[in-house]
Design a protein around this ligand. Structure first.
Ligand SMILES: [Zn+2]
Length: 73
């Protein structure tokens, strides 16, 4: 956070877990050729998989966050 140029072109900029705000990494599954994001915390069930691009994974992560916050609003 705090370095604006990371947002311009770096695909790895800080995505955060919708539930616990841990830094979430997006990985590519070589078997299915899809992208997965998963919270690194063992206590946290947040995960998404089956996305065809990092961009779609990011969109899904944002939608997950919005849905999660709607539930607890
Ligand atoms: Zn989490």
């Amino acid at each position: 956070m705090g370095r604006p140029n990371e947002y311009a072109g770096n695909m790895r900029w800080g995505w955060q877990c919708p539930r616990c705000d841990a830094d979430v990494s997006v990985t590519r599954d070589p078997d299915s050729e899809t992208f997965t994001w998963a919270c690194p915390s063992e206590d946290c069930p947040a995960v998404g998989f089956g996305f065809t691009s990092r961009r779609r994974a990011r969109i899904a992560l944002r939608e997950y966050r919005e849905a999660y916050q709607d539930v607890y609003r």
